[in-house]
Ligand binder design. Structure first.
Ligand code: PLP
Length: 425
């Protein structure tokens, strides 16, 4: 029986392990290949000052110039001089890591400044930093029943994996409402004890379908049923609202959201996540959430770069406008080609291919033949049969890049035997 050659076990124990671990891994990986959803990471090197251009290293070691069309550095802030200068200064001043958890020597002036910047962005009393928005969602949602015994969480069916995981792990009651279906949410709320503490968790932009959550209607229901509101604005912060506070800010609803979750890794171009809420809420999560307590805090230079990015974008409405314009142009041109794209008016442009093998083939050919990098999106990220290419135009994608993308897609769509007319209908 095969085993991992480096699998150590104490002497005299497990001499008869009846499990062929290697064969099980082979089966699991083969299943991914069979279903056409084995994930291949494209090896790319971003070049400072040249985004969205980057260099890809092929499996044979050769290099290729590419244009990134699927990144989440939505506004190009990951290479913005304001961000880089702040990071350089902080590295020079303090060094690399923070050297501790927030509680044990890892809270610096940079972390405090960033939290203040984020609280101000969302018009909240406080903000709390996490190492990512994934962790912020998971740690906060999994901690809530400790703060509110008997809490029932109402979660949109298409919520991000990090929210699902936090709700799943918290051991409390949960109800899943059909995506964006406020009538269903109402039914679920009505069916529960009116005195039970409740929280509705949802997103402002669902990144795979690029649609918006019905924030106002959900806030109305929350008021009616005495529920807290938890809004993931990961795909909106920096990009929507007069100061980049997200869709809730744009729609003047931020004051009706109790807890806002955001990322520093997408439009802000760095890394890290946060919640913004009341001072008391952040204070409680700070002391109860293992995902906040038992991990090293973000490096000070990261906090400095993120703070500079948030501050810069507060007064960069032009960049937000350019971003939306680029997205509109791309959508218009793809629609003109008859491609089956989803358009709910947000900046993300998903084109449905509907088959994992075709999606991968199209993505591979765009990369190899045109230097266009767009990652195939497969199950479980999206439901089977809705596999897609998901384009994320930014203000730094110019007309030349756009022309090449349209040319490449136009040529390859038919080659991949995709019946454009049927699908566009
Ligand atoms: C809706 C949503 N929430 C949270 C996250 C996690 O964000 P982060 O990359 O900061 O962990 C993502 C990541 O893509 C996301 O799409």
């Amino acid at each position: 029986m095969k085993r991992f050659s480096n699998l150590r076990r104490p002497p005299n124990l497990g001499a008869q392990i009846p499990v062929d671990y290697t064969a099980q891994l082979d089966t699991a990986i083969a299943r991914l290949h069979d279903e056409g959803r084995y994930r291949t990471f494209i090896d790319i090197e971003r070049r400072n000052g040249h985004f969205p251009h980057a260099v890809r290293t092929r499996p044979d070691g050769s290099q290729q110039n590419i244009t990134v069309w699927c990144g989440n550095d939505y506004l190009g802030m990951g290479q913005h001089p304001v961000v880089l200068n702040a990071m350089h200064e902080a590295v020079d001043a303090t060094g690399a890591g923070s050297g501790g958890t927030r509680n044990i020597s890892g809270t610096t002036v940079y972390h405090k400044r960033l939290e203040a910047e984020l609280a101000d962005l969302h018009g909240k009393e406080a903000a709390l930093l996490f190492t990512s928005a994934y962790i912020a969602n998971d740690a906060t949602l999994s901690t809530l029943p400790k703060l509110f015994p008997g809490l029932i969480i109402y979660s949109d069916a298409l919520n991000h994996a990090s929210m699902i995981e936090g709700v799943r792990r918290n051991g409390g009651a949960k109800r899943i409402f059909r995506h964006n279906d406020v009538a269903h949410l109402r039914e679920l709320l009505e069916a529960d004890d009116p005195k039970a503490p409740k929280l509705i968790a949802f997103e402002s932009i669902y990144s795979m379908d690029s649609d918006f959550g019905p924030i106002e209607e959900i806030c109305d229901l929350a008021d009616e049923f005495g529920a807290l509101t938890y809004l993931d604005e990961v795909h909106a912060v920096g990009m929507y609202g007069p100061r980049g506070g997200g869709v809730a800010e744009r729609d003047r609803l931020a004051h009706r959201i109790d807890i806002i979750n955001g990322t520093l890794a997408k439009a802000f171009g760095v890394i890290g996540g946060y919640i913004a809420a009341s001072a008391k809420f952040c204070d409680a999560v700070r002391s109860y959430a293992p995902g906040f307590i038992f991990t090293t805090s973000l490096p000070p230079a990261v906090a400095a770069g993120a703070a500079a990015s948030v501050a810069y974008l507060k007064s960069a409405p032009e960049l937000r406008k350019q971003h939306q314009t680029q997205a509109s142009i791309l959508k218009l041109r793809l629609k003109g080609m008859g491609l089956p794209l989803i358009d709910h008016g947000s900046h993300i442009v998903p084109v449905i291919v509907g088959n994992p093998i075709h999606t991968k083939k199209l993505s591979d050919m765009l990369l190899d033949d045109y230097g266009i990098y767009v990652q195939p999106i497969n199950f479980p990220t999206v439901p089977r049969g809705t596999e897609r290419l998901r384009f994320t135009p930014s203000p730094v994608h110019g007309s030349e890049e756009l022309d090449l993308l349209v040319t490449g897609l136009n040529a390859l769509w038919t080659q991949c035997e995709l019946n454009r007319d049927e699908r566009a209908g």
